[in-house]
Ligand binder design. Sequence first.
Ligand SMILES: *Cc1c(COP(=O)(O)O)cnc(C)c1O
Length: 416
Amino acid sequence: MTTPEISRASFDSVMAPVYAPSAMVPVRALGSRVWDEHGKEYIDLTSGIAVTALGHAHPELVDVLTKQATQLWHAGNIFTNYPVLRLATRLTEATFADLAFFANSGAEANEAALKLARRVAHDRFGPAAKNKIVAFTQSFHGRTLFTVSAGGQPKYSEGFGSLPGDIVHLPFNNVEAALDEIDADTCAVIVEPVQGEGGVIPASCEFLQFLRSACTTHDALLIFDEVQTGIGRTGALFAYMSFGVTPDILTAAKALGNGFPIGAMLTTADIGKHFSVGTHGSTHGGNPLAAAVADRVVEMVNTAHVLEGVRDRSASMFASLRSINSRTGMFRELRGSGLLIGAELSDSYRGRSKEIMTAALDEGVMLLNAGPHVLRFAPALNIPYECIDEAFDRLETALHRLKGAKASAPTPVESQ
Ligand SMILES: *Cc1c(COP(=O)(O)O)cnc(C)c1O
């Protein structure tokens, strides 16, 4: 076998073309800074899509991971392991939940949540009596066939054959629409407390409270997809805590392993017991390596210091964005919660989020978008303040450069 030349160009010949990664290839990272193969340095305002919440290569996490690697990597779920028991104990003590199920991704955590909800309805009310799942347009719940069907963006589920049925999509933040649709046939309502991929749109407190009471009235389960909002992202360990609305099932993933893949579904004993032995599972789910890292991540994030730090940094980022906007006029709205911030582009820049990301990258800032019209900021929760300032200086340079350049045609958005 010949050794192929490895570069970004290799991507198109050896990788299934579901992504269109940028030309820059990161090779090393520390904290909130990343370097490419040429030694160019970038400030990371993406944390790998809200994943590396404690920054890259955090020494304590490197230590936990490497120690666990010398002890036990994997034994499978025919045995249990101490890291997973510690993690489940920590998560259930810190939340409304009594029981945890572990998977490897957000999609799998949501798949488990939706399957469990159907199972609970089946056990309590009989087969097919209560199958309806209520979800919301523009929501994102993952890429398995069930979760992509629950997600509210038809373009992600089109062309994949017959989809799981009995799922309805309602407009987000609309109590009126939900009032008619959440009824005796409903087994679950799945919602993101802040829609992430859909444009960084926070739910209103009133909306979530309404969903809670409608679910209670109609014996439906309320599922909060906190895959993006969980683990400190909004300034609380989980967003439900700051909304004061408690779900029946909660899912987490992205930041849970700080880059080591793991997903979790949390629920009460009364609900969780319907997943009896053999009804669901995962080979790698709750693997000791992932669980050891996640246990330390939750321990480190769930402190007043880190969570207050998120709220402080959030205020500072909103202030910087407002001030950039006063000079560039590029944003029509700034919104979000904690360190999940969306900047919706003003009319003359609509559709150009991808172009702005590329311009920012040239200046040394890694940014995300949430659709073609919204820039998304999701830095590490512990990003140093001087990194924030430097990143916004660089971003402003990029924006002024873009403003100076002739407007180009809008680029179609790439999804994650
Ligand atoms: C990213 C995301 C998912 C999917 O997580 P994967 O780990 O990519 O499967 C599900 N829900 C929300 C809200 C997300 O942001």
